[in-house]
Write a protein that binds this ligand. Structure first.
Ligand SMILES: [Zn+2]
Length: 550
């Protein structure tokens, strides 16, 4: 907590001390009162902690700097769900919905009907487009609307597109009615989609893939910006899965994504028609680099600085094509990350790793001791254990008692902080604290497990590197900046949640609030409507046209 103050002061100092960067071209005309923006640009950095903004503020020169100066900067935005992983974060972005209603409870979960784990977006009813014939992906497991869906229901001419390296990120941001989601295929180096959206890829995407843009970094060294240009990685010389994997684990992959976004802007003429369009973009390479190296590494510093530059390039393109004065830009993240346990130990902080196998053995041992031998554990996903209900029924056992026994077995392990059982969550019997709240609003009757296990702060089950997923601040505290017409710039220190973004955008666009939204409109950043003209024909009694084009 003590760390927070100096960080915040750094932001304040930057906001006050640094002049606005030079505009790259003539400024487009300002948006008129009552008009809605032409483009909503959502930029997500997959794995970015809030503290990266104040930590690197003095070295940002690009998009982050511009947003920190000109946007509404929330210094205390948190995720309000659990687990804090990619699919859940991206599902919350534009739905404002917690997992209990969105149905997206993890990157994957155990499906009791199929008797196997399913990912949040796998869909055998679709086919992949752009990289050979294979089962595709879709948002069919998402049970609520996004801002994009609401926009398209109100204005069928609107275009909604999601782009990311990760399928789940592109698909879940965009929503069920999206025109297109594109994600990266690490085997072929091409961007792909599925038949959920269209029978074939749009021509601009096919042409982009045909140019083999991913191969532009063959044999390249990844050297740190500044700081003596330390060597951080070297890309293989030949195209193929090993090279694409290296690209994905470097800062270069984000540049590739910006190139695709630029082609999409042009190909779809985004932001150039009467209706508002949405382009949602998620940079996944930051997550790959962060898992490997941790938040305090030279690699994470460098990819964050290069994301700042990539964002700058994207904003410049949008300024030329659409006009930033007609674009609402939102920059945020799907989750943070824990420091690497070895680093924490060196700092004399409590941290460590508990293997999944040890966790499951503790549950199984407790159940076998109490109820006899058996394959008690039917499934597992994330930090959840799924117990065999058929076995319980066969032995005439009360599921409430069996869940509690498994939970007690797990709680005996020192790294375990707390457990929640299915019965407990269904009845809402949880301690009144923020961690319980995050678990509670994320419990899905049909899809969630029987025992949720929370480890002590800084403990994890990752075998190497570091990870995220907990309900603690280092995973939940994310950047949140909104910039654009009708948004009041400044620093906002009150605590807000990611779920607030969707209803705020719905208000700006004048469309219905997404169906599962639990967020609150960020009213303090919305510019008030223009005052009524005192010389109006009816003597000033005319109401100003409200935002959202009523
Ligand atoms: Zn991750």
């Amino acid at each position: 907590m003590n760390l927070k103050k100096p960080c915040v002061l750094t932001v304040a100092a930057l906001l006050l001390a640094v002049a606005f960067p030079a505009s790259p071209g003539p400024a487009p005309a300002l948006i008129g009162p009552g008009e809605t923006p032409r483009l909503i640009l959502l930029v997500v950095v997959d794995q970015m902690r809030y503290d990266y903004l104040p930590r690197f503020a003095h070295v940002f020169t690009g998009g982050f700097r511009r947003l920190m100066l000109d946007g509404a900067v929330f210094t205390n935005a948190h995720l309000d769900h659990y687990p804090t992983v990619t699919a859940v974060g991206h599902a919350a972005m534009l739905t404002g919905a917690p997992p209990s209603i969105s149905g997206i409870i993890g990157n994957d979960w155990y499906d009791r009907t199929l008797k196997r784990n399913v990912t949040s977006i796998e869909d055998p009813g679709t086919r992949l487009l752009g990289a050979g014939d294979a089962p595709g992906c879709s948002p069919h497991r998402l049970r609520v609307s996004t801002v994009g869906d609401e926009l398209k229901m109100a204005h069928p001419g609107s275009r909604v597109i999601g782009i990311s390296h990760k399928d789940r990120a592109a698909i879940l941001m965009a929503g069920r009615m999206a025109d297109l989601a594109l994600w990266w295929d690490g085997q072929s180096g091409a961007f792909v989609s599925s038949t959920w959206y269209a029978p074939k890829l749009p021509e601009w995407a096919t042409a982009f893939n045909a140019g083999r843009p991913a191969d532009a970094w063959l044999g390249r060294e990844w050297r740190a910006l500044g700081e003596g240009g330390a060597l951080l990685g070297r890309m293989p010389d030949t195209p193929g899965p090993a090279y694409y994997n290296s690209l994905y684990n470097s800062a270069f992959g984000n540049e590739l994504l910006v190139s695709l976004a630029e082609v999409a802007l042009e190909g779809e003429r985004l932001g150039t028609r009467e209706a508002t369009d949405i382009l949602a973009l998620s940079f996944s390479c930051n997550d790959a680099v962060g898992h490997h190296s941790g938040p305090h590494s030279a690699e994470v510093r460098d990819i964050t600085l290069r994301t700042d530059l990539a964002l700058d390039r994207l904003l410049a393109t949008i300024d030329r094509r659409v006009g930033l004065s007609r674009t609402v830009v939102i920059v945020t993240a799907d989750h943070g990350v824990a420091p690497v346990p070895e680093q924490m130990t060196a700092w004399r902080m409590p941290a460590g790793a508990l293997s999944r196998a040890d966790l499951e053995r503790a549950a199984t041992d407790a159940l076998e001791e109490a109820f006899g031998p058996g394959a008690w554990l039917e499934g597992r996903a994330g930090s959840a254990l799924y117990l065999d209900r058929a076995l319980m029924a066969k032995r005439g056992l009360d599921p409430t008692v069996v869940e509690r026994r498994a939970a007690s077995g797990v709680e005996a392990l020192a790294p375990v902080w707390r457990t929640y059982t299915r019965s407990q969550l269904l009845e809402g019997r949880v301690p009144p604290d923020p961690w319980s709240r995050r678990v509670l609003v994320s419990f899905h009757r049909e899809r969630s497990g029987d025992v949720e296990v929370l480890l002590q702060p800084y403990w994890m089950s990752a075998p190497t590197g570091t990870t995220h997923g907990t309900a603690y601040s280092y995973d939940t505290h994310i950047p949140l900046i909104l910039m654009g017409p009708g948004i009041r710039p400044g620093r906002f220190d009150r605590t807000v949640v990611l779920n607030d973004v969707a209803p705020t955008l719905a208000t700006i666009l004048g469309v219905e609030t997404p169906s599962g939204s639990s967020g609150h409109v960020l009213v303090d950043i919305l510019e008030p409507p223009a005052p009524p003209s005192p010389t109006g024909r009816d003597g000033g009694a005319l109401s100003p046209v409200p935002r959202g084009g009523f």
